[in-house]
Design a protein around this ligand. Structure first.
Ligand SMILES: Cc1cc2nc3c(=O)[nH]c(=O)nc-3n(C[C@H](O)[C@H](O)[C@H](O)COP(=O)(O)O)c2cc1C
Length: 334
């Protein structure tokens, strides 16, 4: 599909790829490997693949780079242009070398016929290797995953930086890597759902601790979730300002249903979130420590070591737990 006099969308299988025909011919991004033949057919309606001079890889996720191998087999002379991280990824994906050029930030590649491509390095638009490409004469931005339909932006700071840079460009048209509808970044920012207390308890002792914690957080929005409940845990927890997790100890471990809920979380969405763990035990009490270690491995911010109570919560321990929770509430504010 022609979108500008010398610019064509030759994508396939739900991913866009763009052919730019100056004196030199450049292809921006590719598609999934399974759709390589469709991509090649689309290109060959405009020009033979053997005429392509440059393949610009804005990002090497497999839905954008899957057809790089098949293209290089048809035309081994193509010069592949990507960021340093992008070139490294491609070599590891293809297990082979190729003609390469490092895309430097703000560098311009002249294609002749008045067409020139400028590279803007925009790391961590979901992968570390990302960049965007801007064609100066037609003021067209090839944004790859940025502003692409259905994309999720897990690194808000990097996304904001990229958008700030792009905002300085004079843009007439944005050609995204997927679909044709731009997804405003603001839509991906979720409302804060307060503090989530997630617990499991076979005989009620850990549940009593969970309810005590909820009462201690009286002025804070809280959600008390039992691991056996049927609700969308992940969304609530991802959007929470802090997480408190309780488990009984069983057979030197923690509750498996609860561990499953934690394993279903996306670690990137949990980074820097404050947390502590708690639980009732009988003699050894490893359960809360296992959960603590797992949450810490997600990059979360531990408030304290696990808060343990032997069998039934005593009045003295109850007061201690209330005070512990109130200090946690202050910690969250920092
Ligand atoms: C099957 C089973 C295995 C247990 N294994 C341990 C254990 O390895 N270490 C320990 O400290 N307590 C163990 N306990 C004791 C529980 O942790 C203790 O009864 C605790 O108060 C239960 O909390 P809950 O009422 O929240 O389920 C075990 C209890 C059960 C039922």
């Amino acid at each position: 599909m022609q979108i500008r006099p010398n610019i064509y969308n030759v994508g396939a299988g739900g991913n866009n790829a763009y052919l730019i025909t100056g004196e030199k011919i450049a292809l921006i991004d590719t598609v999934l490997k399974d759709f390589a033949d469709d991509l090649i057919t689309n290109i060959e309606q405009i020009t033979p693949v053997t005429k392509i001079d440059y393949l610009i890889c804005n990002h090497t996720e497999q839905n954008k780079s899957g057809a790089v191998g098949p293209l290089l087999e048809k035309n081994p002379d193509i010069e592949v242009i990507a960021t340093v991280a992008g070139l490294r990824n491609l070599k590891e994906m293809l297990n082979r070398g190729f003609n390469e050029q490092v895309a430097k930030d703000d560098a311009i590649l002249d294609l002749g016929n008045g067409l020139s491509l400028k590279f803007l390095i925009t790391p961590n638009i979901n992968w570390p290797d990302s960049m965007v490409t801007y064609e100066e004469s037609t003021r067209t931005l090839f944004s790859c995953d940025l502003m692409s339909e259905g994309e999720e932006y897990l690194f808000p700071d990097f996304t904001s930086n990229a958008l700030e840079r792009i905002a300085k460009l004079d843009i007439d048209l944005i050609c995204t890597g997927k679909g044709n509808k731009a997804a405003p970044v603001a839509e991906t920012e979720q409302a804060d759902s307060g503090v989530v207390i997630l617990y499991s308890s076979r005989y009620g002792a850990t549940e009593k601790m969970a309810k005590t914690i909820k009462e201690a957080l009286e002025n804070t929005e809280t959600h008390l979730l039992c691991a056996g409940d049927n609700c969308d845990f992940s969304e609530l927890i991802h959007n929470s300002s802090a997480l408190i997790v309780g488990t009984q100890t069983e057979n030197n471990g923690s509750d498996k249903l609860l561990l499953g809920k934690i394993a279903a979380l996306t670690p990137l969405k949990m980074r820097h979130k404050p947390f502590f763990t708690f639980g009732s035990y009988g003699w050894s009490g490893e359960g809360p420590q296992i959960v603590h270690n797992l949450l810490k491995s997600y990059g979360m911010r531990p408030f304290s070591k696990p808060f343990l109570s032997i069998f039934t919560l005593s009045e003295e321990k109850r007061k201690e737990l209330i005070s512990h929770t109130q200090k946690f509430a202050e910690f969250i504010q920092c």
